[in-house]
Ligand binder design. Structure first.
Ligand SMILES: [Zn+2]
Length: 436
């Protein structure tokens, strides 16, 4: 233990000083004048002659304080050395690490560097460029912990623009832990890029259950990468979005009813269907009247329906419930019933039903695997918190990558409850505060 020569000033700080200097051996002292040095000057490393004290160097850090470390001089060869000041560097690191973490958390929540500079002026003034450097070098150093034993995976893409350049963000999420497995930015999303991305980030030798949207030929890529180990699930909520898009924005009650019958295949829409069914007869009667009269009527009817849907949503939210998913048996029955009257539907609906028939095994894969996800909801949520859609266009590449990494770090729990506050770190400087 370093010897601490107490004086009236540093007397109250004995405990802090011994904590700070605990890693040093008995050979050191902290003098009454606040100089950290060896009790006996060392031997000269060049000529072996015992050195002697030669004053000290003082290191200052703005707003925090200063530390003095001893200097030694060899009277034989003139060599001058300075005592090790790791303790001082550690103190500064401890303080600035917490400042950096504050900045990281602000960046994670999309706070601009301008505003962070503003906030820092209340804590420890730093200019914007310094803050940007702190954040970026911290992000580079932090490692996202690897996810173990991944079996259920969500895959999705985003296409953010960096200035004029189209970028492609490919993301893999562990469905169970909701941890990010990989989240990378590319200049292209051709099959080779996706294949390489999957090969690098997933274990192709383990069985894998992977959810994607309904676009493009993922299946071929998955077959190439995983062979027979892969079960491919198509996101049911994405299917529902496509169904909604099959209809015009302003529908008749009859069209709206067909829409809800399609949505009802996988998600319980009984109440909506019942509501719309009650209006069908009335709509037929209204359609026999003037076009204008019908228009007014259908506008009002749809307004009431939207109000009804909204009240159902509010009720689910109050009860903390999700849309009720159909059992496999019900889903199959609902689909069969619709398919049996396929000829009565408009062309877009007929195409959609044919598509559902073709994709049926991939839409229903989750029913046959315990705990398997049926949607990419987790990944959609992740995207919405990590890279706001309305910001996508303005981001430059480092900004996108910064957000991607920060969100991954957050998911992995790195920004949990801090072990030390800025005040804790600051209190360690008390023995060194500028006494001027
Ligand atoms: Zn010497």
């Amino acid at each position: 233990m370093t010897e601490i020569q107490l004086n009236l000033i540093n007397f109250p700080h004995r405990e802090i000083l011994s904590t700070i200097l605990k890693d040093y051996s008995d050979d050191f002292e902290f003098t009454a004048n606040g100089v950290f040095r060896r009790i006996t000057p060392p031997q000269c490393s060049d000529c072996g002659f015992p050195m002697s004290y030669n004053g000290f160097n003082t290191y200052r850090k703005g707003y925090l304080g200063e530390a003095s470390v001893g200097r030694y001089l060899c009277s034989a060869c003139g060599k001058s050395v300075e005592e090790d000041r790791t303790f001082w560097n550690n103190l500064k690191t401890g303080f600035f690490n917490i400042l950096t973490e504050i900045c990281l958390r602000l960046r994670l929540n999309h706070v601009s560097y301008e505003l962070i500079e503003d906030v820092m002026s209340l804590l420890y003034p730093r200019d914007k460029d310094t803050i940007r450097n702190m954040v970026q070098s911290a992000i580079e150093k932090l490692e996202v912990p690897p996810v173990n034993g991944t079996q259920f995976v969500n895959y999705d893409e985003q296409h953010p623009k960096a200035g004029r350049n189209q970028k492609y963000r490919l993301t893999l999420l562990d469905s169970l832990t909701r941890q990010v497995i990989a989240d990378e930015l590319f200049d292209s999303k051709d099959a080779d890029t996706i294949e390489d991305f999957l090969t690098r980030n997933l274990d192709a030798h383990k069985p894998i259950f992977i959810v994607t949207d309904l676009y493009r030929g993922y299946s071929d890529i998955f077959k190439r990468v995983f062979g027979n180990n892969v079960t491919h699930q198509l996101c049911l909520l994405h299917l529902n979005k496509l169904i909604v898009n099959d209809f015009p924005r302003k529908t008749s009650i009859e069209q709206e009813l067909v829409k809800y019958e399609l949505l009802d295949i996988f998600y319980n829409g009984e109440l909506e269907i019942e509501f719309l069914s009650c209006l069908i007869e009335e709509e037929r009667a209204m359609k026999r009247k003037s076009g204008k009269e019908y228009k007014v009527w259908v506008r009002e009817a749809m307004r009431l329906f939207r109000e009804f849907i909204h009240s159902l949503e509010l009720k689910r939210r109050r009860e903390d419930k999700n849309l009720e998913r159909r059992t496999y048996y019900d889903a199959l029955n609902n689909f069969k019933e619709l398919f049996s009257k396929i000829d009565s539907f408009e062309i877009a609906v007929r195409r959609r039903l044919m598509k559902i028939k073709e994709l049926w095994p991939k839409l229903t894969a989750f029913y046959f695997v315990d705990n398997a996800p049926a949607t990419n909801n987790a990944l959609e949520n992740y995207y919405s918190t990590s890279l706001k859609t309305h910001r996508k266009k303005q981001l430059v590449v480092p900004g996108i990558e910064e957000q991607i990494k920060l969100s991954a770090l957050k998911r992995s729990g790195i920004f949990g409850r801090p072990s030390k506050t800025l005040l804790d770190a600051f209190l360690m400087f008390i023995p060194f505060l500028d006494r001027g």
